[in-house]
Every structure is written in structure tokens, then in C-alpha cells.
Design a protein around this ligand. Structure first.
Ligand code: ADP
Length: 256
């Protein structure tokens, strides 16, 4: 594998010059392939027991309903929701190879952003419960997009905001309308990202290597998937960050 960066210049009609840099990135590519193969294998292995778990939880849920045991019905429906989330995450990991060739399937519908944000905040409570979350109202904005995929983007960004900041710190979710677009922001008071890394966090398998981040587990795939999903909606995603102060991830989507 060779990486070629540079450009062509013509000084006359017969000669064109190339100036630039040619780098051998075979090792890097090999490592990337190894990592995605490993992730694919692990995801596949996790999918089988989770699918069985989902079936048993549903069976127990039906049984609890017949017994009219409201507590069990409620608890089992929560377990069912979390198992579904895990299966969704695993499916995204398995989908990575197709994402790499730009084949994420987008299934659009019109939905309310306020409802989606409410759901996402409830869903991620098990990760964000030690933080103070403030969600600004979206003024009944409705968008036409793939609801599950945008949910995935929000879950990733909110979980990251909690993962890469201290317990007790604040997370703000904001929503603002700009003509035919909506801008959604997720701001944290965490460790921040260096200027150099800000350029790279949306690349597949990229993780910042530092003393602070090595305590946090991850595959370096979440933000890559977010950027693929947002691009497939003709939107844009980026991050503003300052080391030690925090990060604000923002994305723009067209309004229905
Ligand atoms: P993961 O969190 O699984 O490593 P992501 O693709 O979600 O993968 O993020 C890529 C990298 O970007 C992370 O490893 C982390 O170094 C950095 N990062 C993401 N979100 C934040 C954040 N809110 N604050 C600081 N760093 C972040």
C-alpha cells in the first residue's frame, strides 16, 4: 500500500511535473485490516447469545403479562430494550465493512427531534447518570431522516461526552434552527481533544492515545459511523474542542 500526496504542475505543453510525498503504509493498512477482522469476529460471537437472551426475555415478558405481574412486566421490558440496543450496536459493528464502501442503508421518515432526544437521554442514563445533563427544547422541529441512525449518532455522542469527562461535570444538548437546517450540539466539560486529533477523530479505528484515554475502552468506530450517517443525510458533523476545557460535537441536518 502506498499513500501519495502532492500535485502536478505543467510548465509547458509537453512536460508535467509531480511533486509530493510517497509513503509506504502497508503496515498501517495491515493493522487496520486485522483490527476490523477482529471486531467482526467478536461482534459475530456476541450476536448469538444475545439473540437467545432476547427470545427468553420476550417469553418471560409474555408469561409475566399472563400472571398480571406489573413489576416483572416493567422490568422485563427494560431488559428487552437494552438487549435490543446491544444488538443494534453489534449490527453497526458488523455493518462497518459495508459502511467502508458507503453502503449504509438510509430509511427516512418524518419525526420530532424533541421526542427522539427524550428517548436518547433515557436510553443512555446508565452511562450518563453521574453527569448533569441539560437538554434544550427543539421547538417542535420535525426532520425527515433515518430515525434509528440519527438515534445511533446521538447515543454515540452522548456516551462519548460522558466517557471522556469527569463524573459530576455538565453535558449540554442544544438544538437551533438555521433556515432549512437544524444544528444539534453536544457539549461536555471533559478532557478535550488536541488540534491535531480533531482532524482525525472521525477516521475509522482512530483513538487518541494518552494517559487519560487509555482508561476508557472503545473501538474508535463510533465517530466514524456518526460521520458516515450524517454524510448520507447530506449533513455535516464536526467538533470544536479545547484541551482541559471540553468538546462540543455539532451536526447539521436538513429539516423536513
Ligand atoms: P471510541 O470512543 O470507541 O474510542 P469514537 O470513534 O467514538 O471511538 O471516538 C474516537 C476517539 O475520539 C476516542 O477514542 C477519543 O479519543 C476521542 N473522543 C471522542 N469523543 C470525545 C469527547 N467527547 N471528548 C474527548 N475525546 C473524545
Amino acid at each position: 500500500w502506498l499513500s501519495i500526496t502532492g500535485g502536478f504542475t505543467s510548465f509547458d505543453e509537453t512536460t508535467t511535473y509531480f511533486s509530493g510525498l510517497v509513503m509506504d503504509i502497508t503496515e498501517q493498512k495491515k493493522n487496520e485490516l486485522k483490527r476490523s477482522k477482529f471486531i467482526g469476529m467478536v461482534s459475530h460471537e456476541l450476536k448469538t447469545p444475545l439473540t437467545a437472551l432476547k427470545a427468553y426475555v420476550q417469553m418471560l415478558g409474555n408469561w409475566a403479562q399472563k400472571q398480571k405481574d406489573n413489576f416483572a412486566v416493567g422490568a422485563l421490558s427494560k431488559v428487552d430494550k437494552q438487549v435490543r440496543k446491544m444488538l443494534n450496536m453489534i449490527n453497526s459493528l458488523l455493518n462497518l465493512s459495508s459502511a467502508e464502501v458507503g453502503k449504509i442503508h438510509i430509511n427516512k421518515q418524518t419525526f420530532s427531534l424533541d421526542n427522539l432526544l427524550k428517548e436518547v437521554v433515557e436510553e443512555t442514563l446508565f452511562i450518563t447518570s453521574s453527569h448533569h445533563i441539560t437538554v434544550a427544547p427543539c421547538d417542535n422541529i420535525e426532520i425527515n431522516a433515518d430515525r434509528d441512525k440519527i438515534e445511533q449518532v446521538l447515543v454515540n455522542l452522548l456516551s462519548n461526552a460522558a466517557k471522556y469527562s469527569d463524573k459530576g461535570s455538565a453535558i449540554y444538548v442544544t438544538c437551533s434552527r438555521e433556515e432549512h437546517k437544524v444544528v444539534i450540539g453536544i457539549q461536555d466539560e471533559g478532557m478535550g481533544i488536541t488540534e491535531e486529533a480533531v482532524e482525525k477523530v472521525f477516521l475509522p479505528h482512530y483513538r487518541v492515545e494518552s494517559k487519560e484515554t487509555e482508561k476508557v475502552t472503545g473501538f474508535g468506530i463510533g465517530l466514524y459511523l456518526c460521520s458516515e450517517i450524517i454524510q448520507r443525510h447530506d449533513g455535516k458533523i464536526w467538533v470544536d474542542s479545547e484541551i482541559g476545557k471540553g468538546s462540543t460535537f455539532k451536526f447539521i441536518l436538513p429539516i423536513a
